[in-house]
Structures are given as structure tokens and as C-alpha cells.
Design a protein around this ligand. Structure first.
Ligand code: ZN
Length: 410
């Protein structure tokens, strides 16, 4: 049974207490058997039974749970760097769309891309995310926007899940935007999602969650209600993109439909956030998107006052957040959203796990949970997110195996 000692601080991040409660254990030890944690606590109390197996020394480093990116749009073809430049020169969203850019250009390229090419790209991204300490990733479809291509993306995720180190949690986001061939016929596209795409994805067991982009420029509250009802009937749990650009009542809808999470929330009302807290919906904040879009980020003070549990994710996508750097998102959660480093850590571990229905498996260093942990070259979580460096991750253990760096023998 492997055992790691020499840990100056281990943050357990138990799924309880407030946002900033990350349950540090000083001079800690952790032991695991197979892919499961067997024991965690102060090294001085390590039971003799756990001293028999291979012993490793963390060299005084900090240990946190494997990080969880609970909101990504991982599978897409091409990039949109030219659009980035146009935006910086002042082009509006509409001007970019008229010039053939925007989300529709990613949809076109993604439809044209062979599945194997998308698998290769996803594996490349995931390898880089793993090096940053990210051991669980939620991944949305949403650049296919027709039956064949939405299924293609979910099948890409099934293939990727069998080949990557991370746990990959797939979400159907057929209601990302209305595809060009349904221009001015949104209701017909919503019918396609309800009558064909959701049943096909659910029948094939390709998705856990059903996500809808609820926004004036995307789908209405009524569209979302109908889509979620169709998903629920077939076992897909609701999740939504809510109140990013305008307040459309997405937060309240998340509470009404029992969504596992509502994401973005930059424009949500206090009453909407309180309703989410009451219904146990996790608030997923996406500070990289706020930064790239130069929009006012959601403020931690308002989230705190509502009592909602807060997660932090990257929103990795080629338009509004072309970065999979979750530690960077955590630093921005501090500087832009005014979260403390401990609050941000809880948001990428315990509460991120709850945002994807994985709270019993990952996100906390507790006996019985998966042995996913990260050794940080930082003396505390405060130092990690304050003295931001390209990568502080010295080693990553996923499912009990050292998958990045090596563990030093004790
Ligand atoms: Zn998103």
C-alpha cells in the first residue's frame, strides 16, 4: 500500500463547511490502495499497517486534491486567432459574425473534421491539462449542432475517455446556438434537439448531463424548460449556461429544474442566486471568459451572501476562453471575483466535483475517494495563487499512479 509522507500541508477539501474551509492538515501523510485513498491524517498518527508498502517523500511540498475542470468545450476544430485580433481592434460580435467568424466558423470546421483528428486534439489538450494538475474534466458537445455531428462529438469523448488519464464527464450541449441552416427557425431546431438528438445521445449512453445556453441571443427560458424536461425523461441531468450577457432568469430556472449547476452568472440577480443555494445548485464561475470578453466578473461577496456553493472552471473554448489553464482561472477568481485562494481551491475540488455529480468519487482527500492528488511547489494555497508561475505542479497522482513527475522514495 503506497504511502506519502513529508507533506508540509495537505488540503483535504472535504465536501462540507463554508467556501473557504479547505481543511488543512499540517505535517501530513496519505496512503492509498489501488486507485482508492485508504488513510489521510497527521503523519505522527499514521497507523503501522500503512507503513509496510512503498514509502514516498513529498519533500515538504503542499498536497491538494487532483483539480477538476467542471466546464469545458474540449472538442472543437480550428482556432479563432484572427477574430481575437479583430475584436482587439474594436470589431463587434455582429461584425465578426457577418464576416463569417464567431461560433458558426467553429461549427463548420468541427463538422468537417474527422473524429480521429478531434480525438488526437482532445488527448493533446488533456495531456497539457494533466501537467497542470487537472485529473477530472467535464467536456461538452455543442459544435456539431445536428444529429450526426453532436453524436460524433460525444463518441469522440467516449473514445478519449478510454485513452486519457483523466476522468472525463460528457455533457450534451446541442442547445449551444441555433445552427445556420435553422436561421430564423429556432423553434424547429429546438424540436430536433428534443425529438432526435437527446433521445439518440441518451439511448447510446453518451452523456450524463444536458446543457442549454440560456441567453437572449441563444435559447429562451421556455426553450430550456422543454429541453430539460426531454432530457430528464431519458436520465440526463440539467446544467445551464445562465445570465452571462443579460439576466434572463437563468439562475431561478436552474433552481426550478433541479440543475446540478448553473454556469457563468455574471448578470444573475441576488434572488436567483439565493434560489440556487436553496435548491443545492452549484454556481460555476468562469473568470477566464470574463477576462477575455472584458466583462464585469461575478463578485464573490454576492455569491457568499447568497450561500451558494461556488465552483471555478476554465470554460475552455476557441471563442471566449481559449485557455485550459485552470490554475490561471483560480488566480483570476481571486483577482477578478475577489475570492480568497482557499475559496478558489474549494471551487476547483470539492464543489467542482458536485457541479458534475462526482462528489462521491473525487474532489476531496478522504478514505474511499479516488487517489487523485497534486504535489505543489508552493508553501501554501495562498502562496500558490499569489505568486503565480507557469506551473507549480511537481507531481500528479491519478488513480493511485504517478502520472506526472515521479514520487521520491522516502
Ligand atoms: Zn461554456
Amino acid at each position: 500500500m503506497p504511502c506519502l509522507t513529508g507533506i508540509s500541508i495537505l488540503y483535504q477539501c472535504r465536501p462540507e463547511g463554508g467556501q473557504g474551509d479547505v481543511h488543512p492538515i499540517y505535517d501530513a501523510a496519505i496512503a492509498w490502495t489501488g486507485d482508492r485513498i485508504a488513510w489521510v491524517g497527521p503523519a505522527a498518527q499514521l497507523p503501522a499497517a500503512f507503513r509496510d508498502g512503498p514509502a514516498f517523500d513529498a519533500g515538504g511540498r503542499t498536497v491538494i486534491p487532483g483539480l477538476i475542470d467542471c466546464h469545458t468545450h474540449l472538442a472543437f476544430a480550428g482556432w479563432r486567432a484572427e477574430e481575437f485580433e479583430q475584436k482587439l481592434k474594436g470589431a463587434s460580435y455582429l461584425e465578426i459574425a457577418r464576416a463569417g467568424g464567431g461560433i458558426v466558423s467553429t461549427v463548420r470546421k468541427t463538422r468537417e473534421a474527422p473524429a480521429e483528428a478531434l480525438v488526437t486534439r482532445c488527448l493533446d489538450h488533456l495531456g497539457r491539462m494533466l501537467a497542470l494538475g487537472v485529473t477530472t474534466v467535464e467536456a461538452k458537445s455543442g459544435y456539431g449542432l445536428d444529429l450526426a455531428n453532436e453524436l460524433k462529438l460525444l463518441e469522440v469523448y467516449r473514445d478519449v475517455a478510454s485513452r486519457c488519464t483523466q476522468r472525463l464527464v460528457p455533457t450534451l450541449l446541442a442547445a449551444h446556438t441555433t445552427p445556420p441552416e435553422y436561421k430564423d427557425r429556432r423553434a424547429d431546431y429546438v424540436r430536433l434537439v428534443i425529438d432526435e438528438i437527446i433521445p439518440a445521445a441518451a439511448r447510446a449512453g453518451l452523456a450524463r448531463f444536458c446543457d442549454v445556453f440560456v441567453e437572449e441571443t441563444a435559447f429562451s427560458i421556455d426553450d430550456a424548460r422543454a429541453i430539460f424536461a426531454a432530457g430528464r425523461r431519458l436520465g440526463l441531468v440539467p446544467k445551464l449556461h445562465a445570465d452571462q450577457i443579460t439576466d434572463t432568469g437563468g439562475a431561478a430556472l436552474a433552481a426550478e429544474v433541479g440543475a446540478v449547476s448553473a454556469d457563468h452568472l455574471e448578470r444573475s440577480t441576488d434572488s436567483g442566486l439565493r434560489a440556487m443555494a436553496g435548491a443545492g445548485v452549484v454556481a460555476v464561475t468562469l473568470p477566464l471568459a470574463s477576462l477575455y470578453l472584458n466583462q464585469p466578473p461575478v463578485q464573490a461577496r454576492r455569491l457568499r451572501e447568497s450561500g451558494v456553493r461556488v465552483a471555478v472552471a476554465t470554460d475552455f473554448n476557441p471563442g471566449s476562453a481559449p485557455s485550459y489553464d485552470l490554475p490561471l482561472a483560480l488566480m483570476l477568481a481571486c483577482t477578478l471575483q475577489r475570492m480568497t485562494p482557499a475559496e478558489a481551491l474549494k471551487g476547483a475540488t470539492a464543489w467542482a466535483a458536485h457541479a458534475i455529480g462526482e462528489g462521491a468519487e473525487v474532489g476531496s482527500l478522504l478514505p474511499g475517494r479516488r487517489a487523485d492528488l497534486v504535489l505543489l511547489e508552493a508553501e501554501s494555497v495562498e502562496q500558490w495563487l499569489y505568486h503565480y508561475r507557469p506551473n507549480c505542479c511537481a507531481a500528479v497522482v491519478a488513480g493511485g499512479q504517478a502520472v506526472v513527475g515521479a514520487l521520491s522514495p522516502a
